[in-house]
Design a protein around this ligand. Structure first.
Ligand code: 9MR
Length: 369
């Protein structure tokens, strides 16, 4: 038998191991580490690490987190004089333990309000609520949370202000007040305005006007959160690019905060269809209950690739890209706008296996570096 130098053998083995482990540890967060944070939204179970497989996937792939629900007002502030921070504390501790960027979602939002908040009718009471709510929560996590969605979804599709309980009681001043209160409670934390469809021209113009007004009135706005609940064919890359450019021209950061791409038919796209019609249980509206056909899997991968290609082009303007959920099985899009469907909007499937979309996002970096 030929003599093998044990030293050469050891080095070769080491090299093989390190190469293969390098391949194995390749992840979204590592691939994009010099570009922007890659985040995910965590459910209450994920915050508590209940599923070990999901937990290792989260730690491997993501370096930023958002609480999908547990920081919303109905959960943290269920009664006027009562806060419940049990899960929020666990969420922040989870991020710290894993050295992740921690985002706060969300302070002022018309949805998922506690019932007592819905009953607020006058400006004095609403002012007191906002002061107490924002100051208590932001101060509690001062220095530990990196950014907050201060106001969420204040706009209608045409760019006008949504008639929320906040607008009805305080007028548009509530927007300025919210940002001022948050900055006072933690002067260093980044403050965002977060909304969906604000890459569409009319709503985008409304968002730009709103951010300018808040800033002109002395509010601190550090960034805009474009949620990114998108479709395979829309919005166009051109509109997304225009949005990145126009928002960053305001001197603020751009984050994509709730990215997912639905592959299912939308009842509102069916021209002439009655949206009140009951689509639940309809096979036509739930075409892939068992698996996603390759042709659509490929389309999803191509769509993610073109979106991330654009993000990379503007990485100097983008602070964070967060997927709305860890895997397809968790996505809110399985139940909206029609309950009980099977959707495939994320880079990981319901079995936690990475999809072609994941590969296409990683591939962009492999080509570059
Ligand atoms: O994903 C969230 C879902 O579990 C909740 O039921 C829903 C309640 O409104 O909120 C979802 O998250 C929303 C986010 O907080 C704000 N932007 C839109 C998201 C999808 O509805």
């Amino acid at each position: 038998m030929k003599f093998i130098n044990p030293y050469v053998f050891a080095v070769a083995t080491l090299l093989m191991v390190s190469c293969s482990s390098k391949k194995e540890t390749l992840s979204l967060k590592d691939a994009y580490k010099n570009d922007f944070y890659i985040g995910t939204a965590l459910s209450a179970d994920q915050i508590q690490g209940k599923n070990t497989k999901e937990d290792s996937l989260i730690k491997k792939e993501f370096n930023a987190i958002t609480a999908e629900n547990i920081m919303k007002s109905m959960f943290v502030h269920p009664q006027k004089d009562k806060y419940n921070f049990t899960l929020a504390d666990k969420y922040v501790a989870y991020g710290e333990k894993n050295k992740m960027f921690i985002h706060g979602h969300t302070l002022i939002w018309h949805s998922q309000l506690a019932p007592w908040m819905e009953k607020i009718k006058d400006s004095t009471e609403m002012k007191a609520f906002m002061k107490d709510h924002i100051t208590t929560i932001v101060s509690k996590y001062k220095g530990r949370i990196g950014s907050w969605d201060v106001v969420n979804e204040a706009l209608n599709e045409d760019g006008t202000l949504r008639k929320s309980v906040f607008l009805n009681t305080l007028g548009e001043q509530y927007l300025v007040d919210a940002f001022k209160l948050a900055a006072k409670a933690d002067p260093k934390v980044d403050l965002y305005y977060n909304d969906y469809n604000i890459e569409d021209p009319a709503k985008r113009a409304g968002a730009i006007a709103l951010i300018k007004k808040i800033k002109a009135a002395g509010g601190k706005v550090d960034g805009v959160g474009i949620q990114g609940h998108w479709r395979l064919a829309s919005p166009s890359i051109e509109e997304i690019e225009k949005s990145i450019l126009e928002y960053s021209a305001l001197g603020i950061k751009v984050a994509f905060t709730e990215l997912d791409i639905t592959v299912l038919p939308n009842p509102w796209d069916l021209k002439g269809a009655d949206v009140n019609q009951n689509f639940e249980g309809s096979e036509k509206m739930n075409p892939y209950p068992k698996a996603l056909p390759d042709s659509i899997q490929n389309k999803l991968a191509e769509r993610y690739a073109s979106i991330f290609k654009l993000f990379l082009k503007h990485k100097d303007k983008i602070s964070r890209v967060t997927f709305w959920g860890v895997h397809d099985g968790q996505s809110w899009l399985n139940d909206w706008p029609i309950k009980g469907r099977t959707n495939y909007p994320l880079p990981f499937d319901a079995q936690l296996k990475h999809k072609k979309a994941y590969d296409s996002i990683l591939q962009l970096k492999a080509k570059k570096e």
